[in-house]
Design a protein around this ligand. Structure first.
Ligand code: FPP
Length: 256
């Protein structure tokens, strides 16, 4: 059994849901069967995260690079997304979940976009949890777009290059509005973040598991949260040490 401290939950959890293809391959089934099983895991984990009290859950459901997969796989993923948005509508609305999307959603087929826009609008006033789907999403792409917007302001004479700071980028990077993820989980055994929330994940705690996404259960999420709770977050600062005592417990980070 995994023990979790309810007072120290990560506020924002991001998940790279990897391993659907391998899950299907292990069973001699087409990759699309793995994605379908993956969509069941999405339903399960949204419910678990909500009950646990996670405020923000961001799922990497389709990357900008995923458009390069075979057409039948892309089509199957789009259908699964639309099915999810329709079948989960009542549960999302009844449980105070605000559904958001981040990414280049203009590229999605119209039937997905409509379902997405409708549920985003209907759930916009919900505050119990924010569920964000990263769709047609790329971390580098959104940073490049922000740089383009700043360059345009410089060209137009409304911004001086020397005034460009980290803070100038923030309002121009859409995923930044979700807040920085505290905990970033990747299933499927690979040790990389694959263009997910690049800006926001600068200080995220990373948790990698070999578990394939369709097999990811409540226990796996609890394990990731427990691992997060065992970390000391310092954000580039140093842990507070009481004067004259090197045995003090770690407390709030403090600047030197
Ligand atoms: C990566 O696994 C997963 C994806 C590219 C898609 C994730 C989609 C879902 C979990 C289902 C649909 C989403 C929702 C929100 C209903 P992979 O196919 O790259 O796995 P592999 O590395 O084993 O090949």
């Amino acid at each position: 059994m995994t023990l979790i401290d309810a007072r120290n939950l990560p506020r924002h959890v991001g998940i790279v849901m990897d391993g659907n293809g391998r899950w299907a391959e292990l069973r001699g089934r087409p990759r699309t069967a793995g994605h379908r099983a993956g969509s069941h895991a999405v339903r399960r984990i949204v419910r678990v995260a909500r009950r646990l009290g996670i405020e923000q859950l961001t799922l990497y459901a389709f990357s900008e690079q995923n458009w390069g997969r075979p057409d039948d796989e892309v089509d199957a993923l789009m259908l699964l997304l639309q099915e999810f948005l329709v079948s989960e509508r009542d549960e999302i609305l009844d449980n105070g979940i605000h559904l958001r999307a981040v990414g280049n959603t203009r590229k999605l087929p119209v039937y997905v976009r409509e379902a997405l826009d409708e549920l985003s609008a209907r759930s916009a006033a919900n505050h119990r949890m924010v569920l964000s789907l990263a769709l047609s999403y790329g971390g580098r792409e959104e940073i490049a777009e922000a740089a383009r917007a700043l360059a345009t302001q410089v060209r137009d004479g409304t911004l001086r290059p020397e005034d460009i700071t980290e803070a100038s980028f923030r309002p121009l990077i859409p995923s930044v509005s979700l807040g920085d993820p505290d905990l970033l989980i990747r299933t499927g055994g690979e040790l990389r973040i694959s263009n997910f929330l690049l800006w926001g994940a600068a200080y995220a705690e990373l948790h990698f598991t070999r578990c394939l996404w369709p097999d990811f259960t409540a226990d796996d999420l609890y394990e990731a949260v427990a691992s997060y709770q065992g970390r000391q977050r310092r954000f580039g600062l140093v842990p507070f040490v009481r004067p004259f005592s090197r045995l003090a417990e770690p407390a709030e980070p403090t600047a030197i």
